[in-house]
Design a protein around this ligand. Structure first.
Ligand SMILES: [Zn+2]
Ligand SMILES: [Zn+2]
Length: 444
């Protein structure tokens, strides 16, 4: 039989499994309804990367209403909201604003039915399939609590809404537009990300590298086309491409030291139009994920060497073109900061609700902010419905991941825990001076 205060939370939040999560404090309960309403609105009105006009306007209006000084259109549709509250450190809290070109198939009563034209003019379905709506809802609850409890902290809180995270093209324009110079430069930057890796009610911390370096590579192989019945008169780019695909598999398995993280995936292989024509060219699209900088260098060099070597072995006239067209660095969590904030999260949520997680192979342009010399803390928020999480674990299945058309986090408890965790992290950071935070994060 749950305790009376748990029953109250259940009634308030409309969640049957609330008893498994830490029950929210009064201050979180007080802002929860508004945050959840914003979540439902944002979920039903998702916008593609770099087109987050309505989303940014809604978030900006809320922050302005709480008394923040809000600047819009920073690096595109980005927003920056500042609240000064006496002497103390400057802490930045970040959310993303964008959604994905995915058709929602969750069957939820508030599922998105939105369509939009993507940048190539094609009509696509749009869905908040990465949970950025949940990040915005949590951040708004946090912003309200911080604005209403200014006696509990001192310093400057800078809240940012970043566009175009999914295309990894939103953080750089904000920095280029003066994020670190026109506004107070933060001593620490904080963000969270929801996912089904943990059940709602829990958070995860990864000290050191949190996500991976991501490199996108396009390879064009130049062969010599001809009749399918006369291969001796050609240099077949399909056979050469196939050989390259196979040899690339030996980078992670034979070249990188066992235990080091490295992924080389060929995501597309395009060549030819007809069965009896050997084409002139073939194209491969590759994503490379690594964690350590030296492993990244090793893998990228190996790809160049293998592509060139295999092409020479095939006797090509023109060497393949290798274009490295997109790159993001790994997100690094300052270890001393991660250790200190783990303790703060344990105090707020209970020791059992804070887990240490290994780095993931996803990528994030949050790294851009950290590279401006700002120590970062990027943590994981449990999103899985606790009952479904247990079922999936027992049956050996995985719940739908972020970016899936079926991604449906258990929003009520996840938002409440998101707010609780962010407020705990911010208050903990604001309890130190800027100089003390610098000293802490300078430890190596
Ligand atoms: Zn995503
Ligand atoms: Zn995301």
């Amino acid at each position: 039989m749950p305790k009376p205060h748990v029953l109250l939370s259940v009634a308030l939040l409309g969640v049957s499994l609330w008893a498994q999560s830490p029950s929210p404090s009064k201050e979180v309960q007080a802002v929860y309804a508004d945050s959840y309403a914003l979540y439902l609105d944002l979920h039903q009105h998702p916008e593609l990367s770099s087109h987050e006009l309505q989303t940014a306007a809604k978030v900006a209006a809320k922050l302005r209403g709480f008394g923040y000084q809000v600047t819009e259109n920073v690096g595109g549709t980005g927003i920056v909201a500042v609240m000064k509250n006496g002497a103390g450190p400057t802490i930045m809290l970040r959310t993303e604003l964008d959604a994905l070109p995915v058709e929602e198939k969750t069957g939820l009563p508030y599922a998105s039915k939105v369509h939009a034209n993507d940048d190539s003019g094609q009509d696509v379905s749009v869905m908040q399939a990465c949970g950025h709506d949940l990040h915005m809802a949590s951040l708004i609850g946090t912003a309200q609590i911080m604005a209403q409890t200014k006696n509990t902290w001192h310093g400057t809180l800078v809240i940012i809404g970043q566009p175009a995270e999914e295309t990894l093209s939103g953080a750089n324009p904000m920095v280029d537009d003066g994020l670190m110079t026109r506004f107070p430069k933060p001593d620490v930057i904080v963000a969270l990300h929801v996912g089904n890796v943990l059940p709602a009610g829990k958070v995860g911390v990864t000290p050191g590298y949190r996500s991976s370096n991501a490199d996108s590579i396009r390879i064009t192989i130049f062969g010599k086309g001809g009749h399918g019945a006369a291969p001796h008169t050609t240099i077949d780019p399909i056979v050469l491409g196939a050989r390259i695909v196979l040899v690339l598999q030996t980078i992670a398995s034979r070249e990188v030291k066992p235990g080091e993280a490295a992924v080389v995936t060929v995501g597309y292989f395009q060549a030819g139009v007809k069965n009896n024509i050997i084409p002139d060219q073939a194209q491969l699209g590759i994503t490379v994920r690594t964690v350590k900088p030296d492993v990244r260098k090793q893998v990228l060099a190996a790809i160049d060497r293998i592509v060139k070597g295999e092409a020479e072995a095939a006797g090509v006239v023109r060497l393949p073109e290798v274009v490295h067209y997109e790159a993001t660095d790994a997100v690094y969590n300052d270890p001393a900061l991660a250790q200190r904030l783990t303790v703060a999260l344990e105090a707020a949520l209970g020791k059992n609700n804070v887990e240490q997680l290994p780095p993931s192979m996803t990528s994030e342009d949050f790294s851009v902010f950290v590279e401006q010399g700002v120590p970062g803390f990027y943590f994981s928020l449990g999103g899985a419905n606790p009952e479904k999480y247990v079922e999936a674990k027992a049956s050996g299945n995985n719940l739908p991941s972020n970016h899936s058309s079926l991604f449906a986090p258990d929003a009520p408890p996840a938002i409440a825990i998101g707010i609780t965790a962010e407020v705990a992290v911010l208050r903990n950071l604001f309890s130190s001076s800027a100089a003390d935070l610098q000293k802490l994060t300078a430890q190596k």
